[in-house]
Design a protein around this ligand. Structure first.
Ligand SMILES: *[C@@H]1O[C@H](CO)[C@@H](O)[C@H](O)[C@H]1NC(C)=O
Ligand SMILES: *[C@@H]1O[C@H](CO)[C@@H](O)[C@H](O)[C@H]1NC(C)=O
Ligand SMILES: *[C@@H]1O[C@H](CO)[C@@H](O)[C@H](O)[C@H]1NC(C)=O
Ligand SMILES: *[C@@H]1O[C@H](CO)[C@@H](O)[C@H](O)[C@H]1NC(C)=O
Ligand SMILES: *[C@@H]1O[C@H](CO)[C@@H](O)[C@H](O)[C@H]1NC(C)=O
Ligand SMILES: *[C@@H]1O[C@H](CO)[C@@H](O)[C@H](O)[C@H]1NC(C)=O
Length: 286
C-alpha cells in the first residue's frame, strides 16, 4: 500500500506501544550478568523464517468493527496482518458513516463476506463463531493454523510461525495464553489472541453443525464459550511457552507485562507464574 514512510512508522509505533501483544522476547545471551541491561533486550526474530513459510500456513481472523476501519484495521493491514498467509477482517456491516474515506478503506481491506454478524461487545461470541465457520467452509484445506485476533492485538507473525512450525496441526490442540479456571483444562484469554489447529477447527465446525451440541452461538464470554465447545470435542489447550518457559501470548498491554503491573485476578487465573521483563532477563542468565 502506498503510504508515506513517516506515516507508516507512526502507525507501526502506535501499534507496538498501545496494543496488546503476542510476542517472543529474545534476550541476548551475553555473559554480562547485569540483569538490568535493557539495551541488550531485543525482539526475537525467527532466524529461519523461510524454512517454515510453505509448511506453516497461517490464516488470521481479525475481529473489528466499522468505526475502527480507518485506524486499527488499517494499521493491522499495513503491518502484521499482511504477514499472515491470508488475513480477514471479521466485521458487521454498517451503513452508517459512509464517508468517501470510509468507502475507500472498505475496498482496500480484506473483509470476510459474512453477512449475519450482530454488532456489539455482547455478541463477540457470535463474531468469533461466524469467523471460524467461515474459515472452515472456505479455507480448511488452504491453511494449517487459524488465528483469532482482535483489532487491538499485535502479532509478530514470524515468531508465531516459528513456534507453530514445531507443532502438529493434526492434533486437536489450541495455543494461546492459558487461564486455568472456569473451563475444564482452562481456556485461552481472548485478548491475547489464540490459534486453532486444523483438527480443532474441524471439530469446532462439526460441533456447531450438530443440533445436539451445547456449543453456544452467541452470548457469554467469547473466549470461555469457544473453549467450552472445543473441550466437549476433546480439543485441549497446548503448552504455549518457549524453550525457557517464557509466555508467547500476552493478554495485557505491553507495558503491564513489561513492568509487572498485573491486576489481582490474573494471579488466580494464570496457569503459569506471572513474569515480567526482569524474570525473563534472569532466566536468560541462569
Ligand atoms: C534457513 O534455511 C534455508 C533452507 O533450508 C538455508 O538455506 C539457510 O541457510 C537457513 N538460514 C539460517 C540463518 O539458518
Ligand atoms: C514455497 O513454495 C513456492 C511455490 O511452490 C516456491 O516457489 C518457493 O520457493 C517456496 N519457498 C520456500 C522457502 O521453500
Ligand atoms: C454491506 O451492505 C451493503 C448494502 O446492503 C452492501 O452493498 C455491501 O456489499 C455489504 N458489505 C458486506 C461486507 O457485506
Ligand atoms: C480513494 O482512493 C483513491 C484511489 O486509491 C484515491 O485516489 C482517492 O483520493 C481516495 N479518496 C479519499 C476520499 O480518500
Ligand atoms: C500428528 O498428529 C496426528 C494425530 O494425532 C498423528 O497421527 C501424527 O502421527 C502426528 N504427526 C507427527 C509428525 O507427530
Ligand atoms: C441428536 O440426538 C438425537 C436424540 O438423542 C439422536 O437421535 C440424533 O442422532 C442426534 N443427532 C446427531 C447429529 O448426533
Amino acid at each position: 500500500m502506498e503510504t508515506e514512510p513517516f506515516k507508516r512508522y507512526i502507525t507501526i509505533g502506535l501499534a507496538i506501544t498501545s496494543l496488546t501483544l503476542i510476542t517472543i522476547f529474545y534476550i541476548s545471551n551475553s555473559s554480562n550478568s547485569n540483569y538490568f541491561d535493557f539495551p541488550k533486550l531485543q525482539l526475537f526474530i525467527a532466524n529461519n523464517y523461510t524454512e517454515s513459510v510453505n509448511t506453516t500456513r497461517i490464516c488470521c481472523l481479525i475481529l473489528t468493527t466499522p468505526k475502527n476501519f480507518l485506524t486499527r484495521a488499517k494499521a493491522i493491514h499495513e503491518t502484521w496482518g499482511s504477514l499472515c498467509d491470508r488475513h480477514f477482517f471479521i466485521t458487521e456491516n454498517s451503513s452508517e458513516s459512509n464517508s468517501a474515506e470510509q468507502i475507500n478503506i472498505t475496498k482496500q481491506l480484506p473483509i470476510a463476506p459474512i453477512t449475519d454478524i450482530i454488532p456489539g461487545y455482547d455478541h463477540l461470541t457470535q463474531k468469533s463463531v461466524s469467523a471460524f465457520l467461515f474459515a472452515y467452509q472456505n479455507y480448511i484445506n488452504d491453511f494449517d493454523w487459524f488465528v483469532k485476533a482482535d483489532d487491538d492485538t499485535f502479532i509478530i507473525v514470524e515468531n508465531l510461525r516459528a513456534f507453530l512450525s514445531k507443532q502438529n496441526t493434526s492434533e486437536p490442540v489450541t495455543f494461546g495464553y492459558n487461564f486455568k479456571v472456569i473451563v475444564p483444562k482452562g481456556y485461552h484469554s481472548g485478548g491475547a489472541s489464540y490459534v486453532l489447529s486444523k483438527e480443532s477447527l474441524r471439530r469446532f465446525y462439526t460441533a456447531h453443525k450438530n443440533p445436539n451440541s451445547s456449543c453456544r452461538k452467541d452470548g457469554g464470554a467469547e473466549d470461555v464459550e469457544v473453549a467450552k465447545c472445543l473441550r466437549n470435542e476433546g480439543v485441549y489447550p497446548g503448552k504455549s511457552l518457549d524453550d525457557l518457559n517464557r509466555e508467547l501470548f500476552h493478554p495485557l498491554p505491553f507495558h503491564d507485562h513489561f513492568r509487572g503491573s498485573f491486576p489481582d485476578w490474573m494471579l488466580s487465573y494464570a496457569e503459569n507464574p506471572l513474569e515480567t521483563v526482569i524474570s525473563y532477563l534472569r532466566l536468560s542468565y541462569e
